[in-house]
Design a protein around this ligand. Structure first.
Ligand code: UDP
Length: 314
């Protein structure tokens, strides 16, 4: 049966891929975004589709949408370290006030609510790989705290609505994800390395490059999120690709894949940069029957064309 969903942050990287997925399945999508970090380009192809409605709006204000809404997917937030360092107050506000408004809206509509949470709730983790039971190691007053604590608050608020208002809720903890529609200048490692490799500039590895991350292709992530939404599991679930790599190896991989002649140079490590990160996806495997299908190399190959085009190299 088709449904009508509200996606906050729907013009962002992940939000816009979610819009595509729901539209492709014949559902109606109401997409809400204020373009602080999202972009009209990400949803341009959906404008004019009768099943797609766009509302330019800041979700920290009272949310109202006419008609039935079956599910609210709350994805509005700056999400790259550079973005939330530049927008600390907006990040805290969308995570707190915005989550409260989105939850209140879901409650008013009798809709299911799914929160986009993050591996950042684990901070600089002392447990490896990270299981959902781990409470994390977050510096509340550090520069990354604005995002980490906003998302931790969002989780707490979501569980409170679940427990005290019996709202039907889901929480996905999203690990590093990549694919087309990432912003070239969002400061994340993949757009930075892609741009540098394609332009023949030095790839800037922060610290000594021994810190690790585990990168998931966006189509796999979207599939995990949709499965979680349709499950009946109300506790947080990690969605990510457990294939872990050091940042230095990742730089070398991108140089090789792009056929670039770039060198790698080293820059200071940002404050509170997590040393390791790898999702334990046992729960997603058991509860959702989900695991990533696209190997990192395949995903990178699918993504290079997008970055070439963005850089005007085609
Ligand atoms: N990083 C890097 N060079 C860059 C950008 C990021 O070495 O130009 C590192 C960063 O210090 C971190 C990792 O790559 O250890 C992933 O950073 P990103 O900003 O993509 O997201 P995070 O996983 O830290 O949220």
């Amino acid at each position: 049966m088709s449904s009508r969903v509200l996606i906050t942050g729907g013009a962002g990287f992940i939000g816009s891929h979610l819009c595509d997925r729901f539209i492709a399945e014949g559902n109606e999508v109401v997409c809400m975004d204020n373009f602080v970090t999202g972009s009209p380009d990400n949803i341009a192809h959906l404008i004019g589709n009768p099943k797609f409605k766009f509302i330019q709006y800041n979700v920290t204000d009272f949310i109202y949408v006419e008609g039935k809404i079956d599910a609210v997917l709350h994805f509005a937030s700056p999400a790259s370290p550079i973005d939330y360092l530049k927008l600390p107050i907006q990040t805290l506000k969308v995570g707190s006030l915005g989550t409260h408004k989105a939850l209140g809206f879901a409650k008013a509509k009798g809709a299911r609510f799914l929160l986009a949470s993050t591996s950042e709730v684990y901070g600089d983790p002392l447990m490896h790989p990270q299981r959902e039971e781990y409470w994390g190691n977050v510096n509340p007053i550090g520069v990354r705290g604005v995002y980490d604590e906003a998302k931790r608050f969002s989780e707490a608020m979501t569980m409170a609505y679940h427990r005290y208002h019996s709202l039907d809720t889901r929480i996905v903890r999203i690990f590093n994800t990549f694919g087309p529609r990432m912003r070239l200048d969002d400061g994340r490692v993949l757009p930075a390395f892609m741009k540098q490799a394609l332009l023949g500039e030095d790839l800037t590895a922060f610290g000594d490059g021994t810190q690790t991350r585990s990168f998931c292709y966006v189509d796999d992530l979207v599939d995990g999120i949709v499965r979680l939404l349709r499950s009946n599991h109300t506790e947080p679930v990690n969605i990510g690709n457990p294939d872990e790599i050091t940042i230095l190896q990742f730089a070398e991989e991108i140089v090789k894949l792009t056929g670039s002649k770039s060198n790698i140079s080293f820059m200071p490590l940002p404050e509170d940069d997590p040393k390791v990160r790898q999702p334990d996806i046992t729960k997603a495997r058991q509860i959702l029957g989900w695991e990533p299908k696209v190997p990192r190399i395949e995903g990178l190959k699918k993504t290079i064309g997008y970055f070439r085009e963005k850089l005007g190299l085609k």
